[in-house]
Ligand binder design. Structure first.
Ligand code: EPZ
Length: 417
């Protein structure tokens, strides 16, 4: 397994460009199932998760090609309705083929995702919604087997906002008979990007980005020709890297309106952030001030930035309370940060982070995508060398992170495993 080695203590300076959003590209790729023809999707990040998803769509019979950030998906023929466990176990987002497959072919057989490092992450709300829309669903041998001659519009209330649940049902509703109303829907920018992509295909969707989304079914959809939004979590991760190293960085090609909660919290730590158009200018303070965060559904502080913000708070003056409200086990980066000298105590869903004078570089292990990002952020500021193992986690969600950081002056290199 590859490792990433970082010599800490260097302030990041210069410019970096943000790639397309992984969590928008995945549902938009799934949406191509709903059309029949050649779909073009631009600004797709070159990531392990994207190629895994492309291979799954190819397994379903579609043509898949990715080159320089452009993905071409030929959805003329769907020759299989099954998403096997081998795909789903490596990437939970595979469940996003459930809704579109059912809407396009009337049947879908998708492996249950199984457990995940950060929590149980059930998909009961996806299933509940599809059943409301008339799908007959049986769970056999670890697979969800769904059938529906034609889905019908329904009112679906989510007990809690679910991003991929909202996306699955939004896609299912585009070809259903009648109106589907999603209540307590997720409002994330990636959900809105999917809605905009579906509307560009001819779907009739209103209210995306609010908690009530209305989808009126149409008879067919035309192929995609769509550009993905920038990745707000990659943006937040580079903001944290500049803040923790007292750096001075311009972040280009980002959607400033999608990172308001992150910017507001970072400003409270003393980090100076200004923006003009799609460029953010961030200057890290000489001394960080401890701030509390509580992760919440959008537009609240994103759970996918919790680990990176915690890394920042390990060096802040004072004590920061970090409350994780979305996932039940998203503190696995704590043990690794402690190995670097951080003073963190976890009590249930709250991590109490007491700022220390400095972190010491150490060999650490990535456990999940965003935990590995927090170890990179910490390693950039630590004294000495940090070696991060199992960096395949980071390759799932960050395109060329070591190249981008090297351009900002970081002493970072990949050690081939
Ligand atoms: C999406 O996951 C993202 N993944 C996650 O990003 C992100 O952390 C998460 O949303 C929250 O923002 C993609 O978009 C591919 P949820 P998702 O359904 O859709 C519970 C990353 O780092 N729930 O919004 O799986 C669930 O257990 C990844 O890029 C149910 O109980 O998350 C969780 O506690 C990690 N039943 C909460 O809802 C369901 O049927 C929110 O989960 C569905 C969800």
């Amino acid at each position: 397994m590859d490792k990433i080695e970082i010599e800490g203590g260097i302030s990041l300076t210069g410019e970096v460009s943000i790639s397309g959003a992984k969590n928008a590209a995945l549902p938009v790729m799934a949406a191509s199932i709903l059309s029949s023809g050649e779909n073009l999707i631009y600004n797709v990040p070159r990531l392990r998760d994207i190629s895994t998803f492309g291979k799954l769509l190819a397994y379903l019979g579609m043509g898949y090609h990715q080159e320089n950030g452009e993905v071409i998906l030929d959805s003329t023929n769907i020759s299989s309705i099954e998403a096997p466990y081998d795909f789903v176990k490596t990437m939970r987002a595979s469940v996003l083929v459930l809704g579109p497959l059912l809407a396009r072919t009337g049947e879908a057989k998708v492996s249950l995702p199984g457990g995940c490092a950060i929590g149980a992450r059930p998909i009961n709300l996806h299933i509940m919604g599809l059943e409301k829309m008339g799908a007959e669903i049986t769970l056999t041998e670890g697979y969800i087997h769904a059938k529906a001659k034609r889905l019908k519009g329904a009112v679906v209330y989510f007990d809690m906002p679910t991003v991929t649940g909202t996306e699955n049902l939004m896609m299912a509703g585009t070809l259903a008979d009648g109106e589907t109303v999603l209540e307590n829907a997720a409002c994330e920018p990636e959900v809105v990007d999917l809605a905009n992509a579906l509307i560009s295909m001819g779907a009739n969707i209103r209210g995306a980005g609010t908690s009530i989304v209305r989808i009126n079914g149409v008879s067919s959809l035309r192929p995609l020709d769509y550009r993905i939004i920038p990745d707000r979590i990659e943006t937040g991760t580079f903001l944290a890297g500049a803040a923790i190293t007292g750096g001075d960085v311009r972040i280009n090609n980002c959607s400033t309106e999608h990172v308001e909660a992150i910017i507001n919290k970072l400003r409270e730590t003393g980090t100076v952030i200004t923006f003009k158009g799609d460029t953010l200018h961030v200057k890290g303070p000489d001394k960080l001030v401890a701030e509390d965060i509580k992760t919440m559904p959008y537009p609240g502080f994103p759970t996918d930035m919790q680990a990176q913000f915690m890394a920042l708070m390990t060096l802040a003056e004072g004590t920061s309370l970090i409350t994780e409200n979305i996932f039940e086990n998203r503190f696995m980066h704590v043990a690794e940060l402690r190995r670097m000298g951080a003073d963190i105590r976890v009590e249930g869903s709250i991590a109490k982070v007491k700022g220390v004078k400095s972190l010491k570089g150490a060999p650490v292990m990535a456990t999940d995508l965003r935990a590995s990002a927090s170890l990179v952020v910490a390693g950039l500021a630590a004294q000495g060398t940090t070696i991060i193992d199992r960096v395949y986690h980071i390759d799932r969600g960050y395109q060329g992170i070591e190249e981008k950081l090297k351009l900002l002056g970081a002493k970072i290199r990949r050690v081939k495993g």
